[in-house]
Design a protein around this ligand. Structure first.
Ligand code: 9MR
Length: 842
């Protein structure tokens, strides 16, 4: 709402007449300072790099260093304060200094010549005082700065402030997102055999008619909506439309209800075919330390970032933060975490894990050459090449032998200070620093390295062995240093990624080490961990700081000989049941419904879908697959904002995600994020200034804005695209349950070799005529010679084909074949997933 101009003029007249009235008039005006009470932490307040902002007993405090020459050598400020020419403002704050000091309080132009519209020199005392000033803005500008200049003292001192308020000027505009038609659908489309639901936003409380129309505007299906009342996640009164019985493939369908017509969508078996590839291609343009070739990503080519070339100060010889270590490390490579240039082991860990996990679920779906990366065509599936890019970086973060905390991993490496946007990686001039080793980072390294050891074994035995060695070493180092936590205040120039409970990281690492090695130490640890049996299926989903779920999922799905594995599997299904129950109650079909949405809520939604999808893999029950399909509808448009959160997918999609190099919104010569980039999504805590300005009081689903400056709602990250890749690969998997049963038995083994017999039983009603059975070996097993079938192998994927004489398997009958194989050290468990002629035996 814009304040009535006439009333404003009347007030201004008063201002001119009486100085006393001026403060009063301004005091009545709207508040221009965001988070002046520090109830929401320190953002959007910033400081110069020589001091750190903290909230202490509800006030903002900072230790001001001594030995600076000028007031402007230490600054605390807030940007983007709108000023209106001729308007009078009342500026107030409460502040203290220990010992007492004179500070400078300014409201100024944010760039040279730094014109000051208000300049005051408050005398700050130890007990603290209230200060108030008025001034009239001589110009209009959208981005004045409120700053406290606190430098120039020989001695260090402590500054605290509270209740900073600037009242007056124009009423901030009320932000109204453009949510388009009130019928909300998955704008990409629906699978013919999957559920098809939409959500109608309406004031009506009784059932309404709906119609499904094809591209030719013919009505092809119709029905009645189901009123659901007011949805807490959006504050909207909503109805659900279920058109699941309609299954005819086509493009350009629309749904009409209550006089509104949805955006168009398709029905087709192939609607998810390109998403896994796009979600994974994202990682190449996030790479650090290598030139991004425009020939591989047209429009995204750029020089290598942080490869030891000025003005970069990293990442080939990176020192520690002062006092942390006496060596430098070459930590070139890896992926940039998000829209910043930081590289964080805990977040890199879950991201690399999830790419490898998507591959481990269904290796046959990830052929070499899919992702158009420099390694395409090297005979290794691209998704593994991409994961390796990160894994090599994670390995490089391990503390060298002979140094304190040897074997642990440094928590992170990033800029000394936050940089502005836009800033291409190769242009970042900031000093790069290694931060202290942490137990969490060490265990992320142990877990991913153990996982990499088994997955790379068929392709690169040396790399696999290197990983296993690093994993063991990291495990031992974590056990020796079980509680070295990242400092929550170490968040300048990069995220803190702090986590004071690493029992889940221990469990995940032990699980991966056990699956890969089969060794007793890890088995015992897994079985004794409270995370092995506890209810770890939090409604808020798993993420970089909650990783017990990764261990549990892998113990359930990756072949291993853990005692009581059935219970592990059942526990995953129980977790899925919980998410499915939440989804059933949710009028937007969301398997996530806390009272407030967390940072990166979209990735939490997707991670809940990973659990549900795993329950489908374990049980073959259609309800779980249907729930994953319905859950994806939310991400792709069936939501309160009517937006697809995946760039380039759906008629309206997020495309201004926070990033220093896909910063098209700020510099039109730069690209938008690549197709397939997931936005973090609604975040009830709205920690960034733009969200705080636009979204105050938002209902959870509305706590999102597609603006590049909204880093707390609209960033893109490596750990958010990873569940997108995992889930979309699941959705793109066209395998159906097949009527067959496979009995795989190892008949004998000797050092380095084994022999197995495989029986395929036809449990269906039709004769199988010609068969091809596919499975994957868990590790480095290799077929030497088959009998009763033509057995071939690519990587870990084995295909056994009938030989003509044994093509036919009648209902109720079976065929038997076998082979002699070799295997490296480590366990040799039987494969558990078999596909007969492309469909999965159940
Ligand atoms: O995703 C992270 C979220 O869970 C945390 O609450 C938040 C604050 O520590 O940080 C998020 O991670 C950001 C990281 O700190 C820096 N790179 C960008 C990440 C995504 O916004």
């Amino acid at each position: 709402m814009t304040r009535c101009r006439a009333a404003l003029l009347a007030l201004l007249t008063m201002v001119a007449l009486s100085p006393a009235a001026s403060a009063y008039a301004a005091d009545e005006g709207p508040e221009q300072i965001v988070n002046g009470t520090f109830d929401a932490g320190t953002a959007p307040w910033w400081s110069t790099g020589n001091t750190t902002l903290t909230v202490d007993a509800g006030r903002l405090c900072a230790d001001i260093p001594g030995g600076t020459a000028n007031p402007w050598d230490v600054i605390i400020g807030q940007d983007d304060i709108p000023l209106v020419e001729g308007e009078t403002y009342a500026y107030r704050f409460q502040a203290s200094a220990t010992p007492s000091k004179v500070g400078k309080a300014l409201i100024q132009l944010p760039v040279d010549p730094w014109t000051q519209y208000l300049s005051a020199s408050p005398e700050l005392s130890v007990s603290g005082n209230d200060y108030s000033y008025t001034f009239t803005a001589p110009v209009s500008l959208p981005n004045a700065q409120v700053v406290f200049q606190l430098g120039g003292s020989a001695e260090p001192w402590r500054f605290c402030m509270d209740d900073v308020s600037l009242k007056g000027g124009a009423e901030p505009e009320v932000y109204e997102p453009d949510t388009g038609p009130r019928v909300r659908v998955n704008m990409v489309g629906y699978l013919p055999s999957g559920p098809k639901k939409a959500t109608l936003v309406t004031t009506e409380t009784t059932a309404l008619d709906w119609e499904l129309k094809n591209a030719g505007k013919e009505t092809v299906a119709s029905g009645r909506t189901v009123p659901k009342g007011v949805d807490a996640s959006s504050g909207q009164n909503v109805h659900v439309i279920d058109f699941g019985t309609y299954a005819k493939p086509g493009e350009g369908y629309t749904l009409t209800a209550d006089g509104e017509t949805s955006r168009p969508f398709d029905i087709g078996a192939g609607i998810y075919d390109s998403l896994p590839t796009d979600a994974l291609k994202f990682y190449y343009t996030q790479r650090s330390g290598i030139e991004i070739l425009d020939s591989l990503r047209p429009g995204y080519g750029r020089p290598a970032g942080h490869a030891g070339v000025a003005p970069n100060q990293g990442d080939v010889e990176v020192p520690c933060q002062p006092g942390v270590c006496d060596y430098t490390l070459n930590v070139k490579g890896g992926w940039y975490d998000a829209g910043d240039h930081g590289k964080y082991v805990v977040n890199g860990g879950i991201s690399a894990y999830q790419l490898m996990a998507a591959f481990e679920r269904n290796r046959a779906a990830f052929a070499d050459g899919r992702l158009q990366i420099p390694e395409s065509g090297n005979g290794v599936p691209d998704v593994l090449d991409e994961a390796r890019w990160e894994q090599e970086f994670l390995l490089s973060m391990q503390v060298p032998d002979g140094k304190p905390y040897e074997g642990m991993a440094h928590h992170k490496i990033h800029d000394q200070n936050w940089t502005g946007l836009p800033l291409l990686p190769h242009l970042d001039p900031q000093k790069r620093e290694l931060h202290p080793p942490s137990t969490a980072a060490t265990l992320n390294l142990a877990a991913t390295a153990a996982q990499a050891a088994r997955l790379f074994a068929p392709y690169d035995a040396e790399f696999a062995a290197k990983n296993l060695k690093a994993a063991r070493k990291a495990w031992a180092a974590a056990k020796a240093n079980p509680a070295r936590y990242a400092d929550p205040n170490d968040g300048v120039g990069g995220g803190a990624y702090n986590d004071n409970n690493v029992t889940d990281e221990f469990y995940w690492a032990a699980a991966e080490l056990y699956i890969t090695t089969g060794e007793k130490e890890f088995k015992d640890f897994v079985l004794a961990s409270p995370h092995h049996t506890g209810d770890i299926w939090r409604e808020r989903g798993f993420d970089w700081g909650n990783v017990a779920q990764l261990g549990r999922l892998d113990l359930a799905t990756v072949p291993n000989a853990l005692p009581g594995r059935d219970k592990v599997r059942q526990s995953v299904v129980a977790g899925a049941d919980k998410y499915v129950a939440i989804q059933r109650e949710h009028p937007y079909g969301l398997p996530y419904n806390p009272a407030d949405f967390d940072w990166g809520s979209n990735n939490l939604v997707l991670n809940n879908l990973v659990v549900v999808a795993t329950a489908y893999d374990l049980t073959g029950q259609e309800k779980y697959r249907a729930a994953v399909r319905e859950g994806m509808d939310y991400i792709l448009g069936r939501n309160a904002l009517n937006i697809s959160y995946v760039t380039g997918y759906g008629e309206v999609s997020s495309h201004n995600q926070h990033s220093r190099w896909y910063a098209h919104q700020l510099d039109h010569s730069l690209p938008n994020p690549p197709r397939g980039s997931l936005a973090g999504g609604p975040n009830s805590s709205i920690q960034d200034p733009i969200a705080q300005r636009l979204l105050q009081g938002c209902k959870p689903q509305f706590c999102y804005v597609d603006d590049i400056e909204s880093w707390s709602t609209n960033e893109l990250t490596i750990n958010w695209n990873s569940p997108l890749a995992w889930v979309s690969a699941f959705l793109a998997d066209k395998s159906e349950p097949s009527s067959c049963r496979v009995r795989y038995s190892a008949h004998g083994s000797w050092p380095g070799g084994f022999t197995s017999q495989v029986v395929i039983e036809n449990t269906g009603k039709d004769t199988v005529d010609g068969w091809s059975l596919r499975w994957s070996f868990p590790g480095a097993q290799r077929i030497k010679q088959g009998w009763g079938a033509k057995v071939t192998q690519s990587g870990a994927v084995v295909t056994a084909k009938s030989l003509g004489w044994n093509d036919r398997i009648k209902p109720g009958r079976s065929v038997t074949f076998g082979f002699v194989g070799t295997h490296a050290s480590g366990p040799n468990p039987a494969p558990e997933v078999f596909h007969l002629n492309g469909d999965r035996c159940r």
